[in-house]
Design a protein around this ligand. Sequence first.
Ligand SMILES: [Fe+2]
Length: 192
Amino acid sequence: MTVIKPVFHHVTIKTSHLAEMVTWYEKVIGARVQFRDANNAWTTNDAANHRVAFLSTPALSDDPDKARHNGMHHCAFEYASFSDLISSYERLVGEGITPSFCLDHGLTISFYYKDPEGNFVELQSDNFGDWAKSSEFMRTSADFAANPIGYFFDPAKVAVAHRAGVAFKAIQQAIRANDYAPAVPPDLGIAM
Ligand SMILES: [Fe+2]
């Protein structure tokens, strides 16, 4: 039987910190509120009616042991270019928002930010600039099969290299040679 495939549309987050969460998503992904009441908000950052929504009730509470509990680890947003990703990283540094960890996954360069309740948001750009090519890479690359998580890097070092005019391919090679490795191993928010 043919599956009529629906298009992925939005995520909805339970929260005890509605105002703080809305403000954070406004800053990080350019979300704007479509509708809001005392307990809930629906936001979007594109033409869709909503993309990220928030529900709060008095019975909700934070999970101090989130890393050890099952559930969603992150959602991701993609920029059209590596340059847009880096300039957004720099803009957010100016807002006091820095990534928890950064990875070259082979298919994408990815910056992972923790929202005020410990949910990760991945900001990424496609390393091939082409979903067909990065999909092919995932399916067929021996490098990816050997290391599907990828290579950690220090975003400040990569941003400096990009601003100095180092070509993307050279930056990627340096990341994969661990030339921009972070000083301390990052916290991925998953119990091991
Ligand atoms: Fe991801």
